[in-house]
Design a binder for this molecule. Structure first.
Ligand SMILES: [Zn+2]
Length: 79
């Protein structure tokens, strides 16, 4: 019997900052996005559970940004 398993990358938007931030890359002033990215373990192409999560704040215009800790998400959502 062959078991098909694999993984799939995903990105989820968690929200955005309350304050506009000037991007050091494209100079646009916008609220930045807070993103979760990771991979989902799949069995027979059905996504089962996520792993390897990481969190980012990024500029919505050019996607420039940096990684943050899970504990910092609240702080950025209220920034
Ligand atoms: Zn930018």
């Amino acid at each position: 019997m062959i078991i098909f398993w694999g993984s799939k990358g995903y990105t989820k938007e968690l929200g955005h900052t309350q304050t506009s931030i000037e991007c050091g890359h494209c100079n646009n002033v916008e609220p930045w996005q807070i993103m979760e990215t990771g991979r989902k373990f799949t069995l027979y192409w059905i996504p089962l559970f996520p792993y390897g999560k990481s969190y980012y704040v990024s500029c919505p215009v050019c996607q420039y940004g940096h990684e943050i800790e899970k504990s910092e998400i609240e702080k950025y959502l209220n920034y």
